[in-house]
Design a protein around this ligand. Structure first.
Ligand code: 2PG
Ligand code: MG
Length: 428
């Protein structure tokens, strides 16, 4: 029987030029696999800890301590184990860390090893990675949310909304969804250029123009749809990530163009946007600490719009349980690095599905060229994925991997936006 023989890690760069961890796991039978982990800019307060050195090198962002933890603490405990029991392997790491938020060993150290072990186990099993999460007769390909305008913490422009995303619901296949999104992206570029805006891209590959208001950005998107020949609501719908924790201070939302709004007024403002534009999904519409605001927003919009908890739930089953009990949001973002192991991310997702919450697998704004997220989203039939725009290779590598899966395993997979987004599409 093949067992884990060697685990090591190294410091590499992410898409923002910050250091991150790449872990490498080798088996006694000779297989080797590696995995690298991302990091966020608009992080939730209760996320698992991304351990940094806080020394001079890389302005404090080095990950040498986390790497030392992989080599000195995790590797000795995992070597000799079978790579095939992911739940047991992840539990060993959780126990070794022993803290609530993985602050001792670092969620970056633990997750890099967790993913590399999954990958090497897939190699041993001889199956494609996406098929190693669960045996299913058919896998659903995730509907992509493509982030075409970047704002907030991901761009140097006045937009408060962090992500303006398009969802190509009229597409018949994942490949067509990517083509539609790319065609819309080119039209958006024309429109921004004609209006005299810069078309350089932000952290997640969407344009980062110096538009002053959210309304201006949404109007550009509507024009881009028209120019590219798409009918709003039939072919393309919109999704926003407000990342509202970022501009919530002393109980109010500092919305730039709209001024300073109390929680109720901010919810009303979001409602107006939903009424005026084909927006079917809003992520972090309220700040993570504004629980009353979340309740109010869910009552106001929860029947007609997908309300996604990102900072609110941080992929943590315990926070999701609290949210469900208190009727907050109706969907959850699943970011493995917010929780630190694959097993915990999968448990949170399974629980969300069981409770009727929609699930969206998500990248981070600081990413690597690792395409693991693509196989993960397909393998667990998450239903939706967001991993940036149609530019920047750390974003497109995930979409490209789903394109490969769709082409190579056509008989095993299906793509159906109407199924994944049903409750929100009927309201359009
Ligand atoms: C988000 C993410 C990813 P960050 O808020 O959803 O888009 O951003 O990784 O900066 O937290
Ligand atoms: Mg978010």
């Amino acid at each position: 029987m093949s067992v884990i023989q060697h685990i090591t890690a190294r410091e590499i760069l992410d898409s923002r030029g910050q250091p991150t961890i790449e872990a490498v796991v080798s088996l006694s039978s000779g297989e080797t696999a590696s995995a690298s982990v991302p990091s966020g800019a608009s992080t939730g307060r209760r996320e698992a800890v991304d351990l940094r050195d806080h020394q001079d090198r890389y302005r404090g962002q080095g990950v040498l301590q986390a790497i030392a933890n992989v080599q000195a603490v995790l590797a000795p405990a995992l070597c000799g184990e079978s790579p095939l029991n992911q739940v047991k392997l992840d539990q060993i790491m959780i126990t070794l860390d022993g803290t609530n938020h993985k602050q001792r060993l670092g969620a970056n150290a633990i997750l890099a090893v967790s993913i590399a072990m999954k990958r090497v186990a897939a190699k041993v099993s001889g199956k494609p990675l996406f098929q190693c999460f669960s045996e299913q007769a058919s896998y659903s390909l995730p509907v992509p949310m493509i982030n075409v305008i970047n704002g907030g913490a991901h761009a140097d422009n006045p937009l408060m909304c962090q992500e303006f995303m398009v969802i190509p619901i009229g597409a018949q296949s994942f490949a067509e969804a990517i083509r539609h999104s790319a065609e819309l992206f080119y039209s958006l570029k024309d429109i921004l250029q004609r209006a005299g805006y810069q078309t350089a891209v932000g952290d997640e590959g969407g344009f980062a123009p110096a538009l002053r208001t959210e309304i201006e950005a949404l109007d550009c998107l509507m024009k881009a749809m028209e120019q590219a020949g798409f009918k709003p609501s039939r072919d393309i719908v919109l999704a926003l990530d407000m990342a509202a924790s970022e501009f919530y201070q002393a109980g109010c939302y500092h919305v730039g163009s709209e001024g300073i709004l109390a929680s109720d007024s901010f919810a009303e403002y979001l409602k107006t946007l939903v009424e005026q534009y084909p927006i079917i999904s809003i992520e972090d519409g309220m700040a993570e600490d504004d629980i009353d605001g979340w309740l109010h927003l869910t009552q106001l919009l929860g029947q007609r719009c997908q309300l996604v908890g990102d900072d609110l739930f941080v992929t943590n089953k315990q926070y999701l349980e609290h949210g469900i009990a208190h009727h907050l949001a109706n969907a959850i973002l699943i970011k493995p690095n917010q929780i630190g192991t694959l097993t915990e991310a999968i448990h949170t997702l399974a629980y969300a599905k069981q409770e009727g919450y929609r699930t969206i697998v998500s990248h981070r704004s600081g990413e690597t060229e690792d395409s693991f997220l693509a196989d993960f989203a397909v393998g667990i039939s998450a239903g939706q994925i967001k991993t940036g725009s149609v530019t920047r290779s750390e974003r497109t590598c995930k979409y490209n991997q789903i394109l490969r899966i769709e082409q190579q395993y056509a008989d095993l997979v299906s793509f159906n936006p109407a199924r994944e987004l049903a409750p929100w599409l009927i309201n359009l």
